[in-house]
Design a protein around this ligand. Structure first.
Ligand code: CP3
Length: 356
């Protein structure tokens, strides 16, 4: 593994998560280790992505690839949201270009019984913890651990794969509330154990990906999801690491997501950053929210849209620059390299608050 990373520890990401003053706005990208990087495609070759996750040396290497190219302010563990359930007896495949596939989806109370907490961290996910330990020796920026949120994992278990309308998930949620809450309670226990173990192994922040929860209206979110998410964040509070809560299409849910209790809320690009932050409250951090598709445009357009995000953040404490969702495979890596430089340059504090 490389030793050419800078030696001094850069904590501006952690400081921003705590709403402390920073010398520059921190920046990292969801899916920063992904197919847009030729070196990632070379590392993965024909390997199954879950096999990559299961091999600590390779998963650590994948985590480090984007940091060798650009001075990102955080690394994110290379893994997948389906890893813990895949190790608890649920058969999951990850198809390139498609996402997770569950061949025997959960449709009834009997299916839910196939997934029994507790997650036995050393028996089930020791390779994740080993990857974290390896990275601890290499990194000079914080390592973000992560988990899928119960709703988003449940949606893959119930639909059997990606979904546009989440019709089976909603049918179970409304048609058999007891089974829904049973599944969500089990997933909540799994996610909590998983994230606590990652923190104990050395991650310095955690992100909970509730990627698909924006499909719900606020009352269903409040009733069927929020109590479980709140439980996760409160069960992590004593560990003192920043907790980030992310979802796509959540503009109408942001006030409720704030109540779930994370330190930082990740937002997509469909809402202007200042409007999102107002809904969340300026006493909580915000992460986002450049449209990832814009990063495929010529640099001049990326620059215009990135500066607009910075203007909307207005130099307030608690902004972590990111895309509104993961880096898309067709993104020119040079655009992200220039974006990191731009965010750092334009937010550099020359003794006082200043922004473009
Ligand atoms: O760099 C990083 O962000 C860290 C690694 C990471 C992966 N998956 C690796 C991966 C992270 C944080 C995830 C989380 C994840 N996985 C989420 C939540 C984030 C989000 O995108 O909303 C979700 C929904 C999944 C499920 C999943 N796994 C999807 C939808 C896909 C994409 C399918 C595709 O090929 O487009 C995957 C596969 C996957 N996981 C890839 C990567 C880098 C794709 C590349 C590959 O096949 O090698």
């Amino acid at each position: 593994m490389s030793t050419d990373l800078p030696a001094e520890f850069n904590d501006r990401f952690l400081r921003a998560c705590r709403l402390e003053p920073v010398d520059r706005t921190p920046v990292w990208f969801m899916r920063q280790a992904g197919r847009y990087l030729p070196e990632y495609r070379e590392l993965r070759k024909d390997r199954d992505i879950l096999d990559l996750c299961r091999t600590p040396e390779l998963a650590a290497e994948a985590t480090l690839l984007p940091l060798r190219r650009m001075p990102l302010d955080a690394a994110i563990l290379f893994s997948d949201i389906m890893v813990p359930v895949a190790e608890m007896g649920v058969e999951v495949r990850i198809e390139p270009g498609v996402g997770p596939i569950v061949d025997e989806p959960f449709r009834s109370a009997r299916d839910v019984a196939r997934l029994r907490p507790p997650l036995e961290v050393e028996a089930n996910v020791s390779y994740v913890l080993e990857t974290i330990r390896l990275l601890g020796k290499e990194l000079s920026v914080p390592l973000i651990g992560f988990s899928g949120a119960p709703f988003t994992i449940a949606s893959y278990l119930i639909e059997g794969g990606a979904s546009r309308n989440f019709e089976r998930t909603k049918a179970l949620m409304h048609g058999d509330r007891r089974t829904w809450h049973h599944l969500m309670t089990n997933l909540t226990a799994i996610v909590t154990t998983y994230l606590r173990a990652q923190i104990e192994a050395g991650v310095q922040a955690v992100q909970v990906f509730d990627s698909w929860v924006g499909t719900l209206d606020p009352t269903d979110y409040a009733h069927f999801v929020l109590p479980h998410s709140r439980e996760i964040f409160s069960a992590l509070a004593d560990l003192g690491v920043p907790r980030i809560h992310f979802g796509v299409g959540t503009a109408e849910l942001l006030g409720l997501m704030r109540d779930a209790g994370a330190d930082v809320i990740g937002v997509d690009w469909r809402i202007l950053l200042n409007d999102a932050w107002e809904r969340i409250g300026f006493d909580v951090g915000i992460q986002g929210n450049l449209d990832p598709a814009v990063c495929l445009a010529p640099w001049e357009a990326v620059e215009v849209k990135a500066l607009a995000v910075l203007r909307r953040a207005a130099g307030r404490p608690g902004h972590v620059f990111n895309l509104g969702h993961g880096v898309l495979p067709g993104t020119p890596p040079e655009n992200l390299e220039r974006l990191v430089a731009l965010v750092h340059e334009r937010t550099a504090k020359a003794g006082g608050a200043e922004w473009p």
